[in-house]
Ligand binder design. Structure first.
Ligand code: ZN
Length: 256
């Protein structure tokens, strides 16, 4: 079987690398064509250029597709409306058109809780699932291209048992030692369908993350990750975990 075509849909520049960068680097190394859609930030902004660098570092030569909605936390990210406030049907049409043009076998996005509850992540999950289903339906959005059936969607999450302690350390280092008890990173292991060990490409993933230079200046979380001892950082970034959702009988495996 030829390598799959893969589409990764994430909310902000840096999410593609933190949550799914190792998987994409491994897929690219098998010859898979991997594209990234980022739902916030306008093309031409510094974070767009940083994202381009990050993808090249991961071995993905193609430029990211920016939907260009405003980041919920950064008004100057775009002149378009905030991601969570724009008309949903227009957003689904837009992403459906990209799915039909790119024809991915596999789609990666975030889990229903946006990994840790970020509204832009949750919205991106909903948008991605709606568009993955709509893409196959010929009566929906006929102007958005020929129907295309995605085989499987993989929802990235964090394993509480593998990475929970490392995330607690990040929270403590960024000055949030006693987070809201409702705030939790990740999923229990019995919910996780696929664990990808990305330690062999961890140096590549870490270099790609550091391409997001302005985010290291802005984000206490990224600076806290940089300050971790290497074994803790490996626990944090060395595994990427997914819930698998097949849209066709049998679906398609993530990696050979
Ligand atoms: Zn994000």
């Amino acid at each position: 079987m030829p390598p799959p075509r893969v589409l990764c849909v994430q909310a902000h520049p840096d999410d593609e690398t933190i949550w799914t960068g190792g998987t994409m680097a491994l897929l690219a190394a098998t010859g898979a064509v991997v594209d990234v859609v980022t739902t916030t930030w306008a093309p031409g902004k510094p974070r767009h250029a940083e994202l381009v660098d990050a993808l090249r570092t991961l071995g993905l030569p193609r430029a990211p597709i920016m939907l260009g909605y405003a980041d919920g936390g950064v008004a100057e990210s775009s002149t378009r409306p905030p991601l969570t406030a724009a008309p949903f049907d227009e957003q689904v049409t837009e992403l459906t058109a990209h799915i039909r043009a790119l024809r991915p076998d596999l789609v990666l996005t975030t889990d229903a809780f946006g990994i840790y509850g970020h509204p832009d992540h949750i919205h991106t999950h909903r948008l991605c699932l709606a568009a993955a289903e709509a893409a196959a339906e010929p009566h929906l959005y006929p102007e958005a291209g020929e129907p295309w059936q995605v085989s499987s969607v993989y929802l990235v999450t964090v394993s509480s048992s593998r990475s929970g302690r490392a995330w607690e350390e990040v929270m403590a280092a960024r000055g949030q030692a006693d987070p809201d008890p409702a705030f939790s990173f990740g999923s229990p292991d019995d919910r996780i369908d696929v664990v990808v060990d990305v330690r062999e490409v961890l140096d590549v993933k870490w270099r790609a993350l550091q391409a997001h230079r302005t985010e290291f200046e802005r984000s206490r979380t990224l600076r806290a990750i940089r300050a971790l001892d290497e074994p803790v950082r490996e626990a944090l970034l060395g595994w990427e975990c997914y819930l698998r959702r097949d849209l066709t009988a049998g679906g398609r495996a993530l990696l050979p």
